[in-house]
Design a protein around this ligand. Structure first.
Ligand SMILES: Cc1cc2nc3c(=O)[nH]c(=O)nc-3n(C[C@H](O)[C@H](O)[C@H](O)COP(=O)(O)OP(=O)(O)OC[C@H]3O[C@@H](n4cnc5c(N)ncnc54)[C@H](O)[C@@H]3O)c2cc1C
Length: 405
């Protein structure tokens, strides 16, 4: 029999995170809204982090030797769903994008000196980081990335530009993807570099104004002009930058999908409450079949999303190949999120469109989910490629559909 029961320790952490989000994070949302100053936001966040530390919930994703709870993919799936309810929750637990993914990447690839210099301040919540891959000329297709790192004695000189780099303004360091071997085949020509904030030539030009909300440091445009770094700045093996980025992005994509489930669940909770209490033409909205269909379709979207996430987390924990399943998660849940939030707004009418409720903010933020971490269309291209590969191998397409029984 398949066991869908969560292990006791995961159930326990789920209860504790849910209680923390409800009693500590949600009441703080009003003080840390979109129009709060950076100083005020930092003050509120520091307070939340102190409470998270005191509640033993800080760094759920890190191993105990780094001050964390040592949760695996399943534990983090559950924690992230609870955190998705509020944009502040992952920040409070120090498990927010892009730092969570960067911390995992450092743990897997950094040498002891790099761990001490870069992971330590992130793990202690004293610093933020960013991951600088995308360029204006290269987004979906990373083999077009043009930033170069050229050897000069023992040093490297980096030149290029980066675009939409989340959290770059005020980040203590960036993990930069740059081409180190123009002769090598596309995927093997890139390497990763750790670039400290304040390095001459590292210029954060601006935080790009966006449709949705963003966390500390915005989404930034960066100019990299003759940035000189030593050999100690290389992260992982030379020529492995692309592969390491993909390795980072797999679980990071799933982490986003998990948070989106939390947002969708909160939207459905609000929608159902409104449907029960709002009357039109002598009946509550909950008695109208159209509204019932919206509630049902949202419940179906959430059920499918949760099952997909749990299965992908299971594959990650077993060390199995999870790329096809994570791509399917990313596409389905990003699109389900939009549907669920949209229905919740419609059920609320004008109130849903107003900024009195978080739904309009969820709607703006949801629009980006189909673009970042790879647009839906690019994931579909990869998913379809695997379907066709399976078909061509003669064994049918089932292995490319999640590999379930
Ligand atoms: C909120 C947000 C945060 C981000 N944070 C970061 C970050 O921290 N670090 C970072 O490096 N990058 C970041 N990005 C950039 C993100 O990774 C890119 O936006 C994404 O890879 C898409 O690249 P692009 O925007 O250049 O779109 P393009 O590559 O120009 O693609 C545009 C559109 O073309 C379509 N398309 C592309 N290829 C195909 C195809 N093969 N088949 C069919 N249709 C296709 C898709 O609809 C796609 O949306 C962020 C983006 C957003 C929106």
């Amino acid at each position: 029999m398949i066991d869908f029961e969560l292990p006791e320790d995961v159930k326990d952490i789920q209860r504790r995170v849910a209680a923390f989000v409800n009693t500590v994070v949600l009441p703080a949302e009003a003080e840390a809204g979109e129009h709060t100053t950076a100083e005020e936001f930092d003050r509120v966040l520091e307070g939340l982090r102190d409470e998270a530390r005191a509640s033993g919930l800080f760094n759920p994703h890190l191993p105990p030797e780094w001050g964390g709870l040592g949760l695996g993919a399943l534990g983090m799936a559950i924690v992230s769903q609870e955190c998705g309810v509020s944009g502040l929750a992952s920040l409070a637990l120090n498990a927010m994008a892009p730092d969570e993914g960067n911390m995992h990447l450092l743990l897997e690839t950094a040498n002891p000196e790099q761990l001490e210099k870069y992971l330590r301040p992130l793990a202690e919540g004293r610093a933020r980081s960013c991951f600088a891959m995308t360029e204006q000329i290269a987004g979906s297709d990373p083999t077009m990335l043009a930033t170069t790192a050229v050897k000069d004695g023992d040093d490297w000189i980096i030149n290029g530009e980066k675009w939409f780099i989340t959290g770059a303004n005020g980040a203590a360091f960036a993990i930069v993807v740059a081409k180190t071997d123009p002769e090598a085949e596309g995927r093997n020509s890139y390497s990763l570099f750790l670039v400290d904030d304040g390095t001459p030539g590292w210029n954060v030009i601006r935080e790009i104004p966006v449709m949705g909300t963003h966390g500390p440091g915005g989404h930034c445009e960066i100019k990299i002009e003759n940035v000189r770094v030593g050999p100690e700045a290389v992260l992982g093996e030379l020529g492995q930058g692309f592969q390491l980025s993909q390795k980072r992005l797999g679980p990071a994509r799933l982490a986003h999908a998990m948070r989106w489930i939390g947002v969708a669940q909160r939207s459905l909770d609000l929608a159902a409450e409104r449907a029960l209490t709002r009357e039109t033409f002598g009946k509550p909205l909950a008695r109208r079949q159209t509204v019932q269909n919206w509630l049902a379709d949202s419940a179906i979207d959430l059920y499918a999303s949760r099952l997909m996430v749990l299965h992908a987390a299971y594959l990650i924990e077993r060390g199995d190949d999870f790329r096809q399943e994570v791509s399917m998660n990313k596409v389905f849940i990003a699109e389900a999120l939009e549907r669920v939030v949209d229905r919740a707004i419609q059920i609320h009418g004008s109130l849903g469109y107003s900024t009195d409720l978080p739904l309009e903010r969820f709607y703006r933020d949801a629009r980006a989910a189909r673009i970042y971490d790879g647009p839906s269309e690019v994931h579909r291209m990869v998913i379809a490629r695997n379907v066709l590969k399976a078909a061509m191998s003669g064994g049918g397409t089932k292995p490319a559909t999640g590999g379930l029984a």
